[in-house]
Design a protein around this ligand. Structure first.
Ligand code: GLU
Length: 342
């Protein structure tokens, strides 16, 4: 197996040494391609930035305006599984699962900078985390092989475009289900419930959302986090960045006063930088779903069946404990209850 790791020019950033914990490395965007992978590791781990150039087909004419205040009932209500799961390696013909099986690998859009959720571990070259383990469950259900995955690293703003232009089969990337997004992609049932909070340097006087007026608050472009800050704290100064860890660097460099995003993401930042603290209660609900192209309702039902199994047989709890339990030091909560619409 040969490995090629490339740092993209202009994206590598260093943060003040001493402020960084030993593992706070991927504050740069890294492209890794493991070509010709052998059987001992992921059969086809290829993280590419090609998706960065991906262009989505135009949204239906009316959707942009509708999206602004879209209401859709319960956006977390997804398609109910039908019948028992087919055996791995025996996906029914004519289904999208069969297309994936015949291709030999599941192609997924993930983040590679979010410690605990989707993170390129510099010591083993593997992308790992809660979101990644969920995808490995899916690969196991299709192929009987958790490693039959091709990873494409994407930014928050690319999650919908890469689904709509079909450059990935599925996105699992701390993605909040909401009506605006559900107009453009299909979502699975909720597999994690996060909520937005605030992170500041440990010596900051900020104690919660009420102290953010006049302060610079970082969040990623294309995230619910930046929209929530704009809506809920109109007097805060939003500081949008392309990648989540750009916010950690901006905080470390003193360019912003706070980061505000999902607690699940902030836990990873806190593990990367002990000179930070998370303050105030949650002020939003961020139910995570995996996104799938609207052309493949049978795949949504299939993934929901896999999630049913993962929730019910203790796998969800052990994946939670492996990643988020490390930082919350709490036993796994009950997995989110699925909602179905048919
Ligand atoms: N759950 C948030 C969202 O879907 C994640 C925030 C981010 O991507 O930085 O937008």
């Amino acid at each position: 197996m040969s490995a090629r790791i490339r740092r993209m020019a202009g994206t590598a950033r260093s943060a003040s040494i001493g402020r960084l914990a030993a593992l706070a490395m991927p504050v740069c965007m890294v492209a890794i391609a493991l070509a010709g992978c052998g059987s001992t590791s992921d059969r086809a781990l290829r993280v590419s930035l090609s998706a960065l150039e991906a262009k989505a087909p135009p949204a239906p004419a009316s959707s942009a305006s509708k999206a602004a205040n879209a209401t859709c009932g319960d956006p977390t209500a997804s398609l109910r599984p039908r019948g028992p799961l087919p055996a791995p390696g025996h996906m029914p013909s004519g289904t999208f699962m069969r297309t994936i099986q015949d291709r030999g690998r599941l192609v997924v859009g993930v983040d590679q900078n979010t410690l605990l959720l989707g993170y390129l571990n510099p010591f083993n070259g593997q992308i790992e985390g809660f979101d990644i383990d969920m995808l490995r469950q899916l690969a196991t259900a299709i192929f009987g092989d958790p490693n039959a995955i091709e990873f494409k690293a994407i930014s928050s703003a690319q999650r919908i475009p890469v689904i709509r232009n079909q450059s990935v089969d599925i996105v699992a990337d701390a993605m909040t289900i909401n009506c605006e997004r559900a107009e453009q992609v299909s979502f699975t049932t909720v597999y994690y419930e996060a909520g937005q909070r605030i992170m500041v340097p440990s010596n900051s006087p900020v104690r919660g959302i009420g102290d953010l007026a006049g302060r610079k608050v970082c969040a990623t472009v294309g995230s619910t986090s930046i929209e929530n800050i704009r809506k809920l704290v109109p007097r805060a100064i939003p500081y949008p960045v392309p990648l989540r860890t750009d916010c950690l660097v901006a905080l470390q460099e003193g360019k912003v006063d706070a980061i505000s995003t999902d607690d699940a993401i902030l836990y990873g930042f806190q593990a990367q930088d002990p000179y930070t603290k998370i303050v105030g209660p949650r002020f939003s609900n961020e139910p995570y779903g995996m996104a799938i192209n609207k052309r493949h309702p049978e795949f949504v039902r299939f993934v929901n069946a896999v999630l049913e199994r993962v929730r019910g047989d203790g796998t969800w709890a052990s994946i939670y404990e492996k990643w988020l339990g490390r930082v919350t030091h709490a036993p796994a909560p009950a997995p989110p209850r699925p909602h179905y619409r048919d």
